[in-house]
Design a protein around this ligand. Structure first.
Ligand code: ITT
Length: 191
């Protein structure tokens, strides 16, 4: 089966590629000539994941899945959530986003948080969603060089190092995206 993963984020594409079985022909947006930005106009992770998957199906005719992920901080009522990429502004700067998290957490005693991924799927005329979460807490300093986004300031539960220190091998076993992908893989095992 040919299957498009609708992301322009090369790091995410590489992460997911390592998790998919070899018999699935895994295509990227550039493989199918989709270079435009797919506008994420939804107000939830669920809506945005479906918008991206349906866009590829409707405009390019491929079976597709798309993920939308976000960092949800408990004492900030789940912010930045669906706005994680643009938390500090439309330029989507990781360092500005991290600074804004620290500002918002000033004076708060808890930094408990989770990463959550929703996968929207459009395959052979059917649509469904899968979800994965990883609980943890935010640090008040950056640690580690690996990963992307908020990885240098997120320590997953059961660990003392950030995702950026732990690296892909461990992250791919326990991350929100890995958990959502495993649920997704189980859901397509018959294909
Ligand atoms: P696409 O929409 O093209 O897939 P994106 O970078 O916008 O790529 P998401 O919408 O899924 O990715 O994620 C929104 C933001 O949430 C992302 O830019 C990061 O800042 C953050 N994020 C998501 N997953 C993350 C992870 O595994 N580690 C660290 N930060 C992450």
């Amino acid at each position: 089966m040919k299957l498009v993963f609708a992301t322009h984020n090369a790091h995410k594409h590489a992460e997911v590629k390592q998790l998919l079985p070899a018999h699935i022909e895994f295509l990227s947006l550039s493989d199918i000539g989709c270079t435009e930005d797919i506008e994420e106009t939804g107000s939830t992770l669920e809506e945005n994941a479906m918008i991206k998957a349906r866009y590829v199906l409707n405009n390019y005719g491929y079976n597709c899945f798309a993920d939308d992920s976000g960092l949800e901080i408990d004492v900030l009522d789940g912010a930045p959530g669906v706005y994680s990429a643009r938390f500090a502004g439309p330029e989507k700067s990781n360092s500005a986003n991290i600074k804004k998290v620290w500002e918002k957490l000033k004076g708060k005693s808890s930094t408990a948080a989770q990463f959550r991924t929703v996968i929207g799927v459009c395959i052979d005329g059917k649509e469904w969603q899968c979800e994965g979460k990883v609980r943890g807490h935010m640090t008040r300093e950056k640690r580690g060089e690996k990963g992307f986004g908020y990885d240098p300031i997120f320590v997953p539960e059961g660990h003392t190092q950030t995702f950026a220190e732990l690296g892909d091998e461990i992250k791919n076993k326990i991350s929100h995206r890995a958990r959502a992908i495993h649920e997704f893989l189980a859901s397509i095992s018959a294909y």
